[in-house]
Design a protein around this ligand. Structure first.
Ligand SMILES: [Zn+2]
Length: 310
């Protein structure tokens, strides 16, 4: 099986609970999928909105250190990759691949030079905001967009080959970012607002823009973004997939589970259950399309991005 997941919050969860990457507690644990799975997992370091200055830097370092120690501890099973070329090498060695990402631009502590530093650590993608405000701009719980500093951040991230992740941005910020970005953008974990009207989901014009510009969108498993019910049915999640496909997103949709960051439906609340999701989607949309959503689209997105930014 092939699996490429653009977002999880597992690092912060296991750091808080002092757990390993393989454990019996978290939604995403690396011992629950067969080791021959070609699995690339984006591990986000989630940054709370309110961290500023040195506190933001310390918070990031503590979690990044924990991530590195986990890579060391589980080096037989998983390794960090900094380019898609390294994915196939990891699989050939019988390992899963981990891509490091950041959720929340407070990680920069308002300092543009920290972007280069993140790039050197192998950070591949970063959301500009979380739900609230930071130095870059404001997220989906507010309605104003990017600050002048935030506009500079866009170009500096691209110069350092870090993908702009627009999940959590509000609409004003999204369109501002779209104007400045020279390369395709990602929405790592967002669904369709036309299916379930939540400010964390994307409107059709945003989805069309991402499709037209060669970006990527990760399907989120959080019940609050599926339909707001306690236990949505598979069909309720598939409605989002269907809508993406109707908009022409066959080569744009990927997975962005949000594991360990949110409540999931019972039939999908642990990573091994994605195999059941694969079967459901293959039945509904065909294997070729499902393979694209489960892996190929995300792989090609990063491959093309790396070629484009050089
Ligand atoms: Zn999130």
């Amino acid at each position: 099986m092939y699996l490429f997941d653009l977002h999880c919050d597992t690092v912060v969860e296991i750091c808080r609970e002092k757990l390993g990457l393989a454990n019996n507690t978290t939604q995403l644990s690396i011992d629950r999928l067969a080791q021959d799975t070609c699995w690339c997992q984006c591990y986000a370091i989630f940054m709370p909105d309110e961290y500023r200055g040195q506190a933001a830097i310390d918070y990031f370092q503590r979690h990044h250190g924990y991530f590195l120690r986990q890579m060391e501890k589980y080096q037989e099973q998983i390794c960090q990759v900094v380019s898609v070329k390294e994915l196939d090498k990891a699989y050939a060695c019988g390992k899963f691949a981990a891509m490091l990402t950041v959720e929340g631009g407070s990680v920069l502590a308002g300092d543009l030079s920290r972007i280069e530093l993140l790039s050197k650590l192998g950070v591949k993608m970063m959301t500009l905001t979380w739900n609230g405000e930071n130095e870059i701009g404001s997220g989906n719980s507010t309605d104003h967009g990017l600050t002048p500093f935030g506009e500079e951040v866009i170009s500096e991230m691209e110069r350092n080959r870090i993908v702009i992740d627009v999940s959590h941005l509000n609409e004003a910020g999204f369109w501002q970012a779209a104007k400045i970005a020279k390369y395709p953008m990602a929405a790592s974990h967002s669904n369709c607002r036309a299916v379930w009207d939540h400010p964390r989901n994307l409107r059709d014009d945003q989805i069309r823009y991402i499709i037209q510009t060669g970006g990527i969108v990760g399907l989120n498993f959080y019940i609050g973004f599926i339909n707001g019910q306690q236990n949505p049915k598979p069909q309720d999640l598939l409605k989002h997939v269907e809508h993406f496909l109707e908009l022409g997103g066959e080569n744009t949709l990927a997975l962005g589970s949000d594991y360990d960051g949110a409540d999931m439906p019972a039939w999908l609340d642990s990573v091994e259950k994605v195999q059941q999701l694969y079967r459901l989607m293959a039945f509904e949309f065909g294997r070729a399309t499902t393979d694209k959503i489960f892996y190929d689209n995300a792989y090609h997105f990063f491959e093309k991005y790396e070629e484009a930014v050089g």
